[in-house]
Design a protein around this ligand. Sequence first.
Ligand SMILES: *[C@@H]1O[C@H](CO)[C@@H](O)[C@H](O)[C@H]1NC(C)=O
Ligand SMILES: *[C@@H]1O[C@H](CO)[C@@H](O)[C@H](O)[C@H]1NC(C)=O
Ligand SMILES: *[C@@H]1O[C@H](CO)[C@@H](O)[C@H](O)[C@H]1NC(C)=O
Length: 206
Amino acid sequence: MKAFTSFLLLTFGVLACTAKYYHEPNAPKLHITLYYEALCPYCMAFVTNQLSPSMVLKDRLHYTNLTLVPYGNAKLDDKGELTCQHGEDECELNAWHACILEHNDINISLKLIACMMRGRKNNLDKCAKRYHIDVTAVKDCKSSRSVDNILKKYGEATAEVDFSGVPAIAVDDEYNADDQEDLMAIFDHTFCAKYKAKFNITLNNC
Ligand SMILES: *[C@@H]1O[C@H](CO)[C@@H](O)[C@H](O)[C@H]1NC(C)=O
Ligand SMILES: *[C@@H]1O[C@H](CO)[C@@H](O)[C@H](O)[C@H]1NC(C)=O
Ligand SMILES: *[C@@H]1O[C@H](CO)[C@@H](O)[C@H](O)[C@H]1NC(C)=O
């Protein structure tokens, strides 16, 4: 009886693992772009409570071309200096995120960035240790360049989109103000609906 129970547990364990890691080969990817800044409370809540659980735990990342744009309401002032909505700390953190994105693929980047956004200070070392990620290149990026230089391309990407506040999400390369409330409040559900609408495919656990 005990052996049989172990057998059942093992079987279900294996099935559960297989289910977790099974991917439709060549599944189409829905483009999602998140415009955000490191220290806005709604951005922190969205990334940690909505985006990361959907992408990582529910495995939507495999079905997504996800782009993170860590710039938000940062602006170049009259003197050409970068100022961020939540001060210099935020410019620094945005630049750390940018260096993470530059030197890791999106799944690793998202894990690190979500981990960092659970706190308000730079937790890169703690987060890298937790996920066993080598961040040497990230640190070289941040120490060898100015924040303005690191964030330049994100400033340009942000300038192209007319959103009113962050976080802001573009789906299929389009920002639609009417979608924002659902994307913020029930991201995974909304992602599933958009995916179905575009590709006529219902993803697992939707
Ligand atoms: C990250 O995602 C890519 C594309 O989905 C995949 O090929 C790669 O194996 C993933 N890497 C890790 C470490 O999970
Ligand atoms: C991912 O999306 C970005 C922006 O929407 C695009 O420039 C890039 O080519 C896409 N990558 C793939 C592999 O589709
Ligand atoms: C969507 O997929 C279903 C089931 O695969 C199919 O029956 C239906 O014709 C498809 N609809 C469109 C608009 O392609």
